[in-house]
Design a protein around this ligand. Structure first.
Ligand code: ATP
Ligand code: MG
Length: 442
């Protein structure tokens, strides 16, 4: 493991003043896995007051003063430095009633959530790993530090963090830890909605999201109670191999790892259980489910306080996921005019995820691929132009000093260059190109 220069300097500064300091948490975990950490945290024996003294005169943010965290703005970016601390009782299941600052790194590591997150590293002293984090990392195991029930009762957010780490890394949650997550999951209702949203979106964007959602549907349903009927809802329909939960989870795994798309895929069919009817042949139907899914999705995005933009996108995609996008140039042009290219593409991705998640009828997927091909054609055709659509006009040519028939000739030349892909249809690019041509002629 190597520390960026600015991080190393901050660490050495603390040590030069006699305060033990270590890199800690996610950066140690990620480095040992051979991943590049996205940020670096330090912890130190210095008290918050001593830390401020050490970094007096530097650019610092007093981010979490109460919890002993100082952010130092180094040349390698911001570094969070936290004083070694232990935490008192958690009477509300969210935050410690008090924190005490201590001088031993192992005491600080003991308050952290999972063994793989409870390791510290120092450039000379090496790894400090009192809870076997390195072994768990090798075996791909996520294990709570200490008694898992007690740890999840202290701070229920750790339950969702576990699912998030499992979804990101594909690690298995160790058995006792997983059982404790289930036993304590009702405590998730004490957690602020914003923190739930943050963990949920990160979880949904994990590479191993399908596995994590299948293993911990009960935890997810604790924070998304609207989805509770999905796992028990058989589709009884020749178009579907899976129950509604399995189908939705598969759809999540099929769309790109982007919060709006992943959440829309998870919610697109959540109205199905409420709409289910079974006909005389024993076949299940879900008439009107997109509208019901939208109503439930609206409760969810409101409660979890998604941004207005994200909420609108999710609700649009959920509501429209079942409508055809069109199988001809004309229909696609119309839909494009109605909803725009961005929404069209998002809807296409949701519909592909939906179709693949059904587990039957590859021809549905093929039809969507054909729609996509038509879309590219329509867009390419629209981009490829008449003089009317060119980003420069006759006046621009006159301003460049052209006159008479030379104006039309230059516009024709520009159009040809755009169509052939030599120059983008952008004003500045076209003006440059025109000037070049004029200079060549001089
Ligand atoms: P990433 O930054 O990739 O999300 P991380 O492990 O750095 O992963 P952070 O939320 O940045 O996660 O937290 C930094 C460290 O603080 C963790 O590695 C863990 O040791 C500790 N930690 C964070 N949240 C909790 C918590 N709720 N309970 C106990 N320890 C926690
Ligand atoms: Mg981090």
């Amino acid at each position: 493991m190597t520390l960026p220069a600015g991080v190393l300097r901050a660490l050495q500064k603390l040590e030069a003043r006699g305060y033990e300091a270590w890199a800690v948490g996610g950066c140690v975990r990620d480095s040992l896995r051979g991943r590049r950490p996205h940020d670096y945290d330090l912890c130190t024996a210095a008290s918050p007051a001593e830390m401020r003294e050490v970094f007096a005169g530097e650019r610092v943010l007093d981010t979490g003063a109460k919890h002993g965290t100082l952010t130092v703005l180094t040349d390698s970016g911001p570094v969070e430095i936290t004083a070694f601390r232990i935490e008192g009782a958690y009477s509300d299941g969210r935050r410690p009633d008090e924190v005490r600052f201590v001088r031993e790194v192992t005491a600080d590591l003991a308050r952290r959530d999972f063994t793989v997150n409870a390791m510290a590293w120092h450039p000379e002293r090496g790894l400090c790993d009192p809870f076997g984090g390195q072994a768990d990392l090798k075996n791909g195991l996520l294990r709570a530090v200490g008694d898992p029930d007690a740890r999840f009762a202290e701070d229920a957010l750790r339950i969702l963090r576990a699912v998030r780490f499992a979804a990101k890394t594909g690690f298995t949650v160790q058995r006792d830890t997983a059982h404790a997550m289930r036993r304590q999951r009702h405590r998730l209702n004490q957690i602020a909605h914003e923190r739930v949203r943050e963990e949920l979106t990160r979880l949904l964007c994990g590479r191993f999201v399908c596995r994590a959602l299948m293993a911990f549907s009960d935890v997810l349903i604790e924070v998304l109670p609207e989805l509770a009927p999905m796992p028990g809802c058989a589709q009884q329909n020749p178009h579907h191999l899976y129950n509604v939960w399995e189908h939705s989870v598969l759809a999540v795994g099929q769309v790109p790892a982007e919060p709006v798309l992943r959440l829309s895929a998870l919610l697109h069919d959540c109205g199905k259980p409420a709409c289910k009817t079974v006909d005389e042949n024993g076949v299940g139907h879900f008439y009107g489910h997109p509208a019901v899914s939208r109503v439930l999705a609206e409760q969810i995005v409101r409660r979890l306080r998604f941004s207005k933009d994200e909420a609108e996108s999710v609700l649009f995609l959920v509501e429209h996921h079942d409508r055809p996008l069109g199988d001809s140039d004309k229909l696609i042009r119309r839909r494009l005019a109605q909803i725009g290219e961005k929404r069209f593409r998002e809807l296409l991705m949701i519909k592909k995820g939906d179709a693949v998640g059904q587990g039957t009828h590859p021809e549905d997927v093929a039809a969507l691929l054909e729609t996509e091909r038509l879309l590219e054609n329509v867009l390419a055709a629209e981009a490829c132009f008449s003089l009317r659509q060119l980003a420069v006009k006759g006046n621009d040519m006159i301003a460049l000093g052209l006159a008479g028939p030379a104006v039309g000739d230059m516009l024709d030349a520009l159009l040809g260059a755009v169509i052939d892909g030599f120059v983008p249809n952008e004003r500045n690019a076209l003006l440059f190109w025109a000037r070049d041509r004029m200079e060549e002629r001089l």
